[in-house]
Structures are given as C-alpha cells and as structure tokens.
Design a protein around this ligand. Sequence first.
Ligand code: SAM
Ligand code: SF4
Ligand code: SF4
Length: 353
Amino acid sequence: MSTLPLSREMPTVTDTFGRPLRSLRISVTDRCNLRCKYCMPEEEYTWLPRETILSFEEIDALAGIFTELGVDKVRLTGGEPLLRKDLSGLMRMLRRNPRIKDLALTTNGVLLAEQAQAFHDAGLHRVTVSLDTLKPERFKALTRRDSFQQVLEGIEMAVRVGFKGLKFDTVAILGYNDDELVDLIEYGKRFGGEVRFIEYMDVGGATDWSMDKVLSRAAILRLLSQHYGPIEPVLEKSSAPAQRFALPDGTTFGIIASTTTPFCATCDRSRLTADGMWFLCLYATEGIDLRQPLRAGASRDEIKALLLAGWQARRDRGAEQRKELERVGIRARLVEIERLRQDPRLEMHTRGG
Ligand code: SAM
Ligand code: SF4
Ligand code: SF4
C-alpha cells in the first residue's frame, strides 16, 4: 500500500521504502555567475537549450500537481536562481498555493542585495546563502569571480528586509576552509543565522572530488570542540538532511554528512531541473521528463499519474550506494567530464544541489 493518510484532505504518496514525497527542489536555471571549484570546476559547459527552459507558468502548474500528491516544501535553486528574471514573480505564484507550507531559496548571494526586498514582499519564507569562506582572496580563488563583497551585502540586506533564521551552507573541504569553521559560526551568530557544514560530495559536477578532500562530520565536530568545548547533538525528529548540534553557549549548527553518513533512509526530496526533468535522487542518472507531456497538452490527471507511478517505484539510495563503493575501495568521481558534456542534467548545478 503506498498512500498513507496525512490529514483529511492530503494523501501522502510513499516510495518502495515507505519514504513520503514531501520536498521538491526546483532549479529555475542551469546558469551561474560563480564557478565554485567543487561544483563547476571546468572552463566550459554545455547549457540547456533556452527553448527547453520551463516558464514560470509551467513551473507553477507542475508544482501545483506535486502538492496534490503531498509536497509541502518547495525550494528554489539553480544554477544561480537569482539570474532568472523576476524570480519574485514565481514566488508570488507559488505562494498562492496554500499547500506549500514552506517556500525557501538557496542562493550564492551575489545578487541578493538588489532582490531581497522583492522576495520578502512576494512571501518567500526562508533564505539559505551558500558561504564557504570569509576571506575575500579565498572566495575569489574558489569561485573564480570577485563577488565576495556583494555576497556580504546580500546577506545584510536579507536581514534588513526582515528574513529571519537565515541559513548559511558551507561546503567543508579539507585543506581549503577547515581553518574557518569557527569564524563561520561566529559570523552566522551575528546575523541570527545557522551554519550548516556540508561534506564535499562526489556528485556530477564535482570532477575534482576525491575522498581525501572530504572533511568528515567527525572531523568537523573534533575541530569545533577543540575551540568551543563539548558539543551536544540536538535531539529532534526530522527528515531534514542536516543533523543539528549545540555548542556550550546554546548556539546551534548543522552538519549534512551525505558522504560519510548518508541519510537516504528518510529522504523525501526530489528535484525538478529547469527544463522539466524530474530526478528522484541527487545521484540518479535517469530522470522522468515532465516537460514533454506538459507541452503536449497532457491533462493534470495524466501528469499526476506519471508522478505517482514514478514515486511509487522509487528505489534510489544514491549516497548509500556510493558509500558501499568506498568500502570496497573503488569510490572515485561519479561522472567523467565527457559524459557531463553530453548530458548537462548530470551536473550538480543543473539539478540544484
Ligand atoms: N547557486 C546556488 C548556491 O550556490 O547556493 C544554488 C545552487 S547550488 C548547486 C546548491 C548547493 O549545492 C550549494 O549550497 C552548494 O554549496 C552545494 N554544492 C554544490 N556542489 C557540491 C558538492 N560537490 N558537494 C557538496 N555540496 C555541493
Ligand atoms: Fe557555486 Fe552554486 Fe554556482 Fe554551483 S551553482 S557554481 S555552488 S554558486
Ligand atoms: Fe536522497 Fe538520493 Fe541524497 Fe540519498 S543520495 S539522500 S536518496 S537524494
């Protein structure tokens, strides 16, 4: 049986492992104004053809069908979502759907200062800014762009216009930013925000990935406790990827340990690319094309049936399978560059992180 009653009007669809369909990450563009080395390390990329990119009306229509099957958390991402013109217009459309209880955004922050007010006015609930370093020169080396000051201004503006509980996502990489974990937590505190350290993942675009660059959850905790003293896990029941911890002064932070301690068993997330391909796992090589039926005039019920069948057949547990490879000593980068050029949807920046 794969539909469970959640509330009187909202069924929850579950996959083969009983995991509900709850959270949808929508990538609104595959383009980006940074070139982070862990995500877009190459010089050249193959972009999704412009005519394949879903309009806001198409995104809103698909999101609406997803919410009829239980999705109540939507996160806008990219590439860099703020490169999409009038993103606040899409937010306004999505906020008209009462089934979406949590509308969030993940951004690199570069264009946030100019758009934060419009996002707040449009009803966006939450903002996550990716922030890997507080050193301008390091930022430039990592992202290959000189936009550090704009990111800081973006964060300040987000707070000023009224966003509360900002999150800062930091990909923790050994030999790169392992000396900044404390500084990042202190920076987060100043803005009432929570830092989440993400283990470096061997996803599509991470062609520079190797296990010896991964700063593990255990190492992150060790480094932080050397500075702060004993760290306690925060006990909570959640399907969120971040496990949360508290410092002795009560400050909390999260660790997303996808590489060393996968959490596939509770994963309720799926991803929609900017061209309408639905991926059931960050590591999936095949997706379900929703653009084609949508543009061919398929009815709402027909698309709903596609989603239902897709989720009910889901068996993905990509990060756990990667971990199993590590045990037998053959964990290396996921996809070779030539294959990424042929299919840009395998890229992290195309499927939204
Ligand atoms: N451009 C936006 C940003 O950077 O916030 C949104 C898209 S980005 C693909 C979403 C998230 O994926 C970012 O927080 C980024 O740090 C993370 N990410 C990208 N490549 C990663 C990797 N190899 N390992 C872990 N996280 C990664
Ligand atoms: Fe960096 Fe995000 Fe752009 Fe990837 S998509 S290069 S993580 S800013
Ligand atoms: Fe979910 Fe796939 Fe990530 Fe596992 S690897 S947590 S199944 S998206």
